[in-house]
Design a protein around this ligand. Structure first.
Ligand SMILES: *Cc1c(COP(=O)(O)O)cnc(C)c1O
Length: 404
């Protein structure tokens, strides 16, 4: 066995203090094992997980088919680079293409990388016609690498890291008038999350994405959808755009893509994808056998277990609980925003106190954008688990002081 001992959470925290860069705020818990929507810490305490893996573990912790596929693959080939053909990568690409808009895939390892690829492709595609600007939307989130960060129209993430990459133009969210004004003959692409995740589970206004698609087409700009968080069944369709009867030119996906194994993908329509020639872009680990086997097993699980449909029911069950707390505490609950297992509960007060109280009571949740409780539960969470966790969550909210 390699060196994994069973040290206490306290010992692990001390080790982090000394050897790991402190760029994250971490809860004082060391997690060691998970199964479905349950997870255990080093002291053997069990938690219910309404935010498994920050949305990556879309079919729960250690989904059996993914575990099996990776176990088998790891004994065959762990990694071979993209100078060779890998059967699993081709199969995974076909599965993604057939479940989206028939495009072609470029694989990488994260959301930021997928967006970097999309930004580079859009610029390369627009290069001959002098189109280099990328329009993005306020409160959006696209990742932490330089171009993805520059695309992220939230000044708080830029502070101290300037200068940003030039050529990004920011529009207010859900504002078609601004898009009408901004999309011009210098625009390579509009890059947008169909539903904003980190920005607080913000849904598109009725007709917004449909008209944005038209505007891009009319004016010769590409439409890039960042489905890093919304993709792979999160919203009640394979991809969120499928709710709106439109198609993007480029789509990015990561988080849930391989059921918790690191993977990212850019899918581009065949005509746009043709811009990328050998040597123009690459990722050493992208599309490696382990990630692709995990991705295939994730899609197979979602389909075999009917989890796209299940995700819709899960969302509605959460909605029922949230309606209850809204009628009890209208002073605290501002808005409920749910699409499948993409779940936002906007409070009138800071939501971070709710997170720490829930942790004490054995429930893992997330707060984002100050006032929004964000839940990205697994598609296969059980009704009893939803009810149990919601009782904890609602109890914590009930005990809060009066809001506005
Ligand atoms: C998480 C996220 C990213 C960044 O993904 P990483 O894997 O952390 O690089 C980009 N876009 C959206 C919409 C995300 O939610």
């Amino acid at each position: 066995m390699s060196q994994v001992t069973n040290q206490s959470s306290t010992e692990t925290m001390a080790q982090f203090d000394r050897y790991v860069i402190a760029n994250y705020r971490r809860y004082p818990v060391c997690l060691v094992r998970g199964e479905g929507s349950w997870i255990w810490d080093a002291e053997g305490r069990r938690y219910l997980d309404f935010f498994p893996g920050w949305g990556c573990n879309i079919i729960g912790h250690c989904p059996p088919r993914v575990v099996e596929a990776v176990r088998e693959q790891v004994g065959l080939l762990i990694h071979v680079p993209n100078t060779w053909y890998i059967e699993a990568q081709g199969q995974f690409a076909q599965m993604l293409s057939e479940r989206s808009f028939g495009g072609q895939c470029f694989f990488c390892n994260s959301g930021a990388e997928a967006n970097e690829a999309a930004i580079k492709l859009a610029r390369a595609h627009g290069h001959a016609s002098g189109r280099s600007n990328i329009i993005t939307v306020e409160h959006g989130f696209h990742g932490r690498t330089y171009a993805a960060l520059s695309a992220t129209a939230q000044p708080k993430y830029h502070v101290g890291f300037e200068p940003m990459v030039p050529g990004f133009v920011y529009a207010p969210h859900n504002d078609l008038t601004a898009m009408e004004r901004l999309i011009d003959d210098k625009t390579a692409a509009v890059l947008i999350e169909p539903i904003q995740g980190e920005g607080g589970i913000n849904l598109p206004a009725p007709g917004y994405l449909e008209r944005l698609r038209e505007l891009c087409t009319e004016r010769g700009a590409l439409l890039i959808l960042d489905e890093v968080q919304t993709g792979l069944g999160r919203t009640g369709e394979w991809f969120a755009y499928q709710h709106y009867g439109i198609e993007p030119d480029i789509l990015t996906c990561a988080k849930a893509l391989a059921g918790g194994v690191a993977a990212g993908v850019m899918i581009a329509s065949r005509t746009v994808a043709a811009t990328l020639k050998p040597g123009m872009h690459a990722s050493t680990f992208g599309g490696n056998p382990l990630a692709c086997r995990a991705g295939i097993a994730t899609i197979e699980t979602v389909e075999a277990d009917g989890l796209i449909e299940r995700g819709k029911a899960v969302g509605e069950r959460f909605r029922g609980h949230f309606e209850r707390i809204r009628s009890e505490r209208p002073d605290l609950v501002k808005e409920i925003r749910i699409m499948g297992v993409m779940i936002g509960l906007e409070l009138t007060i800071d939501a971070s106190v709710v997170v720490s109280e829930c942790l004490i009571k054995g429930l893992l949740i997330n707060a984002t954008h100050g006032t929004v409780i964000r839940l990205l539960p697994a598609l296969n969470i059980a009704d009893e688990q939803i009810d149990e966790g919601c009782e904890i969550l609602l109890d914590v909210i009930r005990s809060l002081p009066r809001g506005d």
